[in-house]
Design a protein around this ligand. Structure first.
Ligand SMILES: Nc1ncnc2c1ncn2[C@@H]1O[C@H](COP(=O)(O)OP(=O)(O)OP(=O)(O)O)[C@@H](O)[C@H]1O
Ligand SMILES: [Mg+2]
Length: 256
């Protein structure tokens, strides 16, 4: 029997192929290969300064790799122009490390910012959508507060609301729970899972937090010495006898 031809639509939303990046003599990415399946929650872990943020920024064109490819929905976006990447960033939202909220804007205006920048919607419609998204992330009634008035967990929620307001297919979460207490860590993790379930958003999470990673993700990838050293399901990672994987689980390989 001949093999049936698969439909055009790729089951991988993102394919990173042999990605290299140096900053002067700092050779950070040394051939990263990573495929992210549509609809999954994937976690990328690795020690501080190993290039996790560089990988996320490379996906949406904020850093240009020296070599290799980034494929999005089957198309090569590696050499897209800045204008083309603006379109990509509507489909791939990012929660930046530390939140990156605008201190001078209130919660609602922070969340509505991408709508004002990228859509021709009326002011009424923009506010309506902003309020709806704030409800979805559990921040109803907080529209008028400023970032300085918010707890760490609330700031993270505002950042997440802003990253989903353009209804992206995928979100890159850079350290979404770092610096939060256990209660807020759990809340933010649950929110990420909920967005994945209700909206079908594919998520790539960068974290140092092995406990959260093992709790909420479908698969984990481990960045070590500029490459993905291991990728697998939670179960595969947990039962691995590989010494490097074991040192990741124990936290040794993640130490600063
Ligand atoms: N724009 C840049 N210019 C120069 N060096 C950079 C730039 N961005 C990242 N680097 C360097 O690349 C390396 C990897 O940085 P990156 O921010 O990706 O680390 P990380 O794995 O995200 O670490 P952390 O867990 O601390 O956030 C670091 O040595 C960093 O100094
Ligand atoms: Mg980082």
């Amino acid at each position: 029997m001949t093999k049936r031809k698969l439909p055009e639509k790729k089951d991988h939303i993102i394919e990173i192929i042999d990605l290299h990046k140096s900053f002067e003599d700092n050779y950070v990415l040394r051939g990263v290969n990573l495929k992210i399946r549509r609809g999954e929650i994937m976690t990328l872990i690795g020690g501080s300064g190993t290039g996790k943020t560089v990988i996320l920024r490379s996906i949406i064109g904020l850093i240009r790799p020296d070599q290799g490819k980034v494929i999005f929905n089957g198309g090569d976006i590696t050499h897209y122009t800045e204008e083309q990447f603006i379109e990509v960033r509507k489909e791939i939202g990012m929660l930046f490390q530390g939140g990156a909220l605008f201190d001078s804007l209130n919660v609602l205006d922070n969340v509505c910012y991408p709508l004002r920048e990228h859509t021709p919607l009326s002011e009424d419609e923009i506010r309506k959508r902003g309020i709806t998204i704030l409800e979805e992330v559990g921040l109803n009634g907080k529209e008028g507060l400023f970032p300085a008035d918010l707890s760490g967990g609330m700031k993270r929620r505002v950042g997440i609301a802003r990253s989903i307001i353009l209804e992206p297919e995928m979100i890159l979460f850079d350290e979404p729970t770092t610096g939060l207490d256990p209660y807020n860590t759990r809340n933010i993790s649950e929110l990420i899972v909920e967005l994945n379930k209700t909206r079908g958003i594919t998520s790539l999470i960068v974290t140092h937090d092995m406990e959260t990673a093992l709790k909420i993700t479908d698969r984990l990838a481990m960045l070590y010495e500029g490459r993905i050293a291991m990728i697998g399901t939670r179960e595969e990672i947990m039962s691995s006898q590989d010494t490097l994987v074991k040192s990741f689980i124990s936290g040794e390989a993640l130490a600063h």
